[in-house]
Design a protein around this ligand. Structure first.
Ligand SMILES: *Cc1c(COP(=O)(O)O)cnc(C)c1O
Length: 401
């Protein structure tokens, strides 16, 4: 049997064909495939607008910029995430304030967030970055109420959860990133995520102003004449020189942006992958069902992702006894389980700001026990059975010693 990783991409002949077509076309970047990918992605998620960028981290960076972050601004996020969720705040000179997770859901605990904002003068915290960790959607209706009360923005890190949803108080499914609650949501198209572009990212929103600002920040802060003309008659009649500008070449750099563009051949891959996104979710949910049934009531299990409506299952996490020994034993069988995540507040970089062991007891306890099992649509039935049997075998040995 081949090595079984915790996650991997699935590239089909159609995917390859789609990329080749763009490679043979006139536009490798800034062409029509980007817009098509954005439109289809926005439709899939149920948001009004989508902006494609070069990766999920770039998506986070220009999102916090568009939301108006300033040096010294405090933003709250979870320690159980990929560090990029926090780093975007630091890129802009902001302060990251971690709040502990709920030990049942592994998500940012809204009660901990509430304690923070209620114990400080209004305006202390500018925003919240909830992360749909492992693919489980945050209840953003609750976060929105709190954010509105304290004038905070919400940036949803949905890198794990395209296709995921939570059920709102009216019983309606609310897709991750649909723009009904969060101001902005970000996605990643790293190969280990649901949709692969190699590198790639997307931001979704229902806010037209934020959408325009993100478009500028993605590409050097440059506004084309068309946009200027449509948005500012005053400018069209004046411009820098006080004369009407020729619309052919005219563009204007209005703020300091970046080159965070996605290429068109990456967009072609993403678009082709997007066609199979629902199929992939069905597979992921079936694998989760199998894990849940196999591990329910097993004495070595301290917790698991379980089967939750709307879970997108980027990861399937279990919490176990003797995690390190299990991790090593699985490696000897070519099962490459992983640990997600070392709590961000315990990274040497964040420790220099005063964060230390003991600050986030639930996150730290989770980290001691967690292990992410293989979870991807092309995982074969016999591979899945092998993973489950190997884990059970490990613990039956353990108990006999
Ligand atoms: C993958 C990921 C990112 C960053 O995405 P990249 O495309 O790798 O830059 C951000 N947040 C979370 C939760 C992620 O899993």
């Amino acid at each position: 049997m081949n090595k079984i990783p915790y996650g991997r991409q699935n590239i089909t002949d159609e995917d390859i064909q789609a990329v080749v077509e763009v490679l043979k076309s006139d536009m490798l970047t800034q062409g029509p495939t980007i817009k098509k990918f954005e439109d289809h992605f926005a439709d899939y998620i149920g948001a009004k607008y989508a902006v494609a960028v070069s990766n999920g981290t770039a998506a986070l960076h220009i999102s916090v910029l568009a939301l108006g972050i300033k040096p010294g601004d405090k933003v709250i996020t979870t320690p159980i995430t990929f560090v990029a969720s926090a780093n975007c705040v630091k890129y802009c000179g902001g302060d990251v304030v971690f709040a502990d997770i709920d030990p049942e859901t592994y998500l940012l605990d809204i009660n901990k967030v509430r304690e923070l904002v209620e114990s400080s003068p209004k305006g202390t915290y500018k925003g919240i970055i909830p992360v749909d960790f492992a693919g489980r959607a945050n209840d953003l209706e609750e976060f929105r109420k709190l954010a509105d009360e304290y004038d905070m923005w919400i940036l949803e890190d949905s890198c794990h959860s395209p296709g995921g949803f939570f059920v709102d108080s009216d019983g309606k499914n609310q897709n991750c990133g649909n723009g009904n609650f969060a101001d902005l949501a970000v996605f990643s198209f790293h190969p280990v995520k649901h949709i692969a572009c190699g590198e790639g990212g997307m931001i979704t929103t229902n806010d037209e102003e934020l959408y325009k600002e993100l478009n500028r920040l993605r590409s050097h802060g440059i506004t084309k004449f068309d946009d200027v003309y449509l948005n500012s008659i005053e400018f069209a009649n004046g411009g820098n020189s006080g004369e009407t500008q020729y619309p052919g070449w005219y563009m204007e750099m209005q703020n300091l942006g970046y080159n965070y563009r996605l290429t068109d051949f990456q967009a072609a891959l993403g678009l082709s992958q997007l066609n199979r996104a629902d199929e992939g979710l069905v597979k992921r949910r079936a694998i989760a069902q199998t894990y849940l049934a196999a591990f329910q009531n097993q004495p070595f299990i301290k917790g698991q992702s379980g089967v939750i409506e709307g879970h997108a299952y980027h990861l399937y996490v279990i919490e176990v006894e003797n995690r390190l020994e299990l991790y090593e034993y699985l490696r000897t069988k070519d099962i490459l389980a992983q640990i997600h995540y070392i709590p961000a507040h315990l990274m040497p970089y964040y420790k220099q700001f005063g964060w230390k062991e003991g600050d986030m007891p639930h996150a730290e306890n989770y980290y001691k026990n967690c292990i992410s099992l293989p979870m991807y649509p092309t995982l074969l039935k016999e591979e899945l059975d092998f993973v489950i049997n190997t884990i059970k075998e490990f613990y039956s040995k353990d108990l006999n010693v």
